[in-house]
Design a protein around this ligand. Sequence first.
Ligand code: ATR
Length: 282
Amino acid sequence: MNNNTIDRYAVAGNPVAHSRSPDIHARFAAQTGQALVYERLLCPLDAFKDSLRAFEAAGGRGCSVTVPFKFEAHALAAHLSERARLAGAVNTLRFDAQGWFGDNTDGAGLLRDIEINAHCRLAGKRVLLLGAGGASAGVLGSLIKARPATITIANRSLGKAEALIATHQAYALEHGVTLAAARLDDCGQTYDVLINATSTSLAGAGVPVAATVLAPGALALDLMYGPAAAPFLSWAREHGAEPRDGLGMLVEQAAEAFEIWRGVRPDSASVLADLRLQLDAS
Ligand code: ATR
């Protein structure tokens, strides 16, 4: 089989050079015996759609979508999953004959990492979600689905937290979850689970809340991984919380995407363990 006949997938974004997705999907493919290749597709900022069309014409069957195209992918999809519609963003496209299907696996990936890998059930818990940008929008619906007692969204600009709540309020009511907006310097109480979905770790800007938000033994998770997440993880450890980076979410959202494309669920745990070893050794 050569690259003209084998099913092709890719991570589409700008930049994509450092993406670990090709490695993750190659492992999933080998594990499940699926014949496919998974590449990097660097899309010019003004030519996302054209890049995808060309990729599809050359044997592309779908792609992962990363920064900064998740909103554009949402607009381009002919069909959307309920969770992608709620998030207003798409991280997984499948090129179906009847039109592109857009889904968002970020929230399910995060939830699986928290509940299965980190053994932390969210039901009844108090959750503090930092940030109200694209990353928070991608995961809020799945957090609600897990039925914590409350989710407080703290953001530098309060208006954006309130806007995010407005789009999720009906869904939260359906699930019996209370949503609240807060300022970063006034989060009110302590929380069982803290999720940093701001871009502060990436920017090296430090942890944007005081350690007083952490209940003893709280799970403190940053969506980043690698060196960018290190200051947050040290901070969490120093203040008696259970630190966790975003590597598990990365692998789990990929596993979910793989299943959407191929109809087969890969074993994410073994891939996460391998990547963890690789990351720790680097
Ligand atoms: P992403 O797609 O990664 O979520 P984004 O949509 O640009 O990126 O959102 C970045 C988030 O990080 C926002 O919540 C932003 O806060 P504002 O909405 O107030 O801009 C937050 N953020 C970025 N830099 C920050 C900083 N130095 N302190 C606190 N929050 C910050």
